[in-house]
Design a protein around this ligand. Structure first.
Ligand code: SF4
Length: 342
């Protein structure tokens, strides 16, 4: 069982101490005897301990930076929401195929932003522009926010903030089961709490440092019982020997565990495994022993954002995935909504 994240090293921007959360976090980490260093900017953490890239990467993944979010212009976040709301960047997990490997490049450390009220004010502006249409905010575009939230409670504040808002909705996804502090948040049904799930084989070999499937399912049951609208992202869907049985077992376990009322308002999102050439280089550098299949010749090339091509499964494999997983969802969760396959 993976324990809740505790940083081994903390950096703090001096201005973060002007905010109650910044002060509170520094007091907490001092009390825990964790080394705290000053940094002028959360974008410029240098001299991380470690003798080589491999060690420095691992140190970074257990380093937390307490800073301010300076850019309050939100990115768009299609297809699951209108905007990405930035409370944190980075993740302590070690998923080999993590999308952050390339987007964060040389800065794999975890950043938490303490100017939460300013982030809410910016969200308010976006909601006003679209009102009376609802505006959905995705809180896990640049991090697994649940993984760090037992320390910061920023997500909990956001859940309650959107719980009170008229037009705002919050969504996030996690591979962590440390949800207990979120169960009593006053969400008013405005937050969709999603878990990223995969079959046991994939979690075992490619998602070190995250909660196991049974733990995620257990947490999902608690979240459903707390009245949250619930969702699951099956991602990345990865073809391995026995994948049909693996995913069947995953859905079977999920169906057996979830209470009947939770199955009535469920969403599923399906994302196939993909990689880019730069991502492949980073994965091979950070996880040289990985069993992850990254053979371009077995994949279909597809134009991606920013002109960087990505390698996805062939058309036939994609059809097979859609048919197989789609039929499992229909069978086990006939009332659920399959939002998209990409
Ligand atoms: Fe990346 Fe999510 Fe794994 Fe964290 S849990 S390493 S964000 S894929």
């Amino acid at each position: 069982m993976v324990k809740p994240f505790v940083p081994q090293l903390v950096y703090v921007e001096p201005r973060a101490l002007e905010y109650p959360l910044g002060k509170q976090l520094v007091d907490k980490f001092e009390g825990m005897g964790i080394e705290i260093r000053q940094t002028t900017s959360h974008n410029q953490i240098r001299n991380l301990p470690g003798e080589n890239h491999f060690q420095k990467y691992r140190t970074a993944k257990s380093t937390l930076v307490v800073g301010l979010r300076k850019t309050l212009k939100f990115d768009t976040s299609k297809p699951s929401a209108e905007y990405a709301i930035p409370f944190a960047t980075g993740c302590m997990g070690h998923c080999h195929y993590c999308y952050l490997q390339t987007t964060m490049g040389s800065k794999p450390y975890i950043r938490t932003y303490v100017n939460v009220e300013e982030i809410f004010d910016a969200a308010e502006g976006y909601m006003r522009e679209r009102a009376p249409e609802p505006t959905r905010f995705e809180a896990s575009c640049t991090s697994d926010i649940v993984g760090v939230d037992h320390l910061t409670h920023t997500l909990k504040r956001a859940i309650e903030y959107f719980g009170e808002s008229e037009h705002g909705q919050l969504r996030f996804v996690t591979k962590f089961a440390h949800v207990d502090h979120l169960l009593d948040a006053k969400h008013n049904g405005h937050t969709r709490f999603r878990f990223s799930i995969n079959d046991d084989y994939i979690i075992k070999y490619f998602e070190p440092g995250t909660s196991r499937l049974s733990e995620r399912i257990e947490a999902a049951v608690k979240v459903a019982e707390a009245g949250y609208p619930l969702g699951f992202i099956v991602a990345p869907i990865y073809l391995h020997e026995g994948w049909k049985e693996g995913y069947h077992e995953m859905f079977e376990k999920l169906e057996a565990a979830l209470p009947a009322f939770a199955k009535r308002d469920l969403t599923f999102e399906m994302i196939q495994h993909r990689f880019t050439k730069p991502a492949k280089r980073v994965i091979e550098q950070n996880y040289p022993m990985t069993k992850l299949e990254l053979d371009e010749s077995k994949r279909k090339w597809k134009w991606g954002r920013y002109g960087i091509g990505k390698y996805v499964y062939t058309n036939q494999e994609q059809e097979d995935i859609k048919d197989t997983l789609g039929s499992y969802i229909n069978r086990f969760f006939p009332e659920a909504k399959l939002e998209y396959f990409t």
